[in-house]
Design a protein. Structure first.
Length: 153
């Protein structure tokens, strides 16, 4: 399911995205809030996925009216998911995986731009990866990188 490709509500403004850079300390301070939002997003994503499936499967034992009701419910739940996504992006981090609850925080580590990487269920940020490397490129921050603060631009 590609939730981000879903049609946008007419009332939602398109924001000019400016990339915020986090220090490791600042990113870790946001984790309690990010954790709550992402937990809600993972649950909401499951609801939306289930309703989306029901919308695409037209069963003969389901009336047109029932099908439309499911479609309306899907749109309501999808809007809730979008609201959560906007709440998360307002912090400055980016959700990378809806199922795993994977979130990246742009940062500067050892003089280069990277993404601090947090996964739902982790207590704090302990990994990073190069821009575009994704989850498979995750590496532990290590003692040197964790002790040397990332710089905020």
């Amino acid at each position: 399911m590609e939730v981000y490709d879903a049609p946008q509500s007419q009332s939602r403004p398109i924001r000019n995205k400016r990339r915020k850079l986090f220090t490791l300390e600042h990113a870790n301070r946001t984790i309690p809030l990010v954790k709550r939002i992402v937990a809600d997003m993972v649950k909401q994503y499951k609801r939306v996925s289930s309703l989306e499936e029901r919308c695409h499967i037209r069963r003969p034992d389901v009336s047109q009216e029932e099908h439309h009701a499911v479609r309306r419910q899907y749109e309501i739940e999808l809007d809730r998911l979008r609201d959560l996504y906007e709440e998360l992006t307002a912090i400055g981090c980016e959700l990378k995986d809806w199922r795993m609850g994977l979130v990246d925080f742009p940062a500067i580590v050892d003089g280069r731009e990277v993404e601090l990487c947090w996964r739902h269920g982790e207590e704090r940020i302990g990994h990073f990866h190069e821009i575009g490397a994704g989850y498979s490129g995750r590496r532990p921050l290590g003692e040197v990188a964790a002790a040397e603060p990332a710089h905020q631009a």
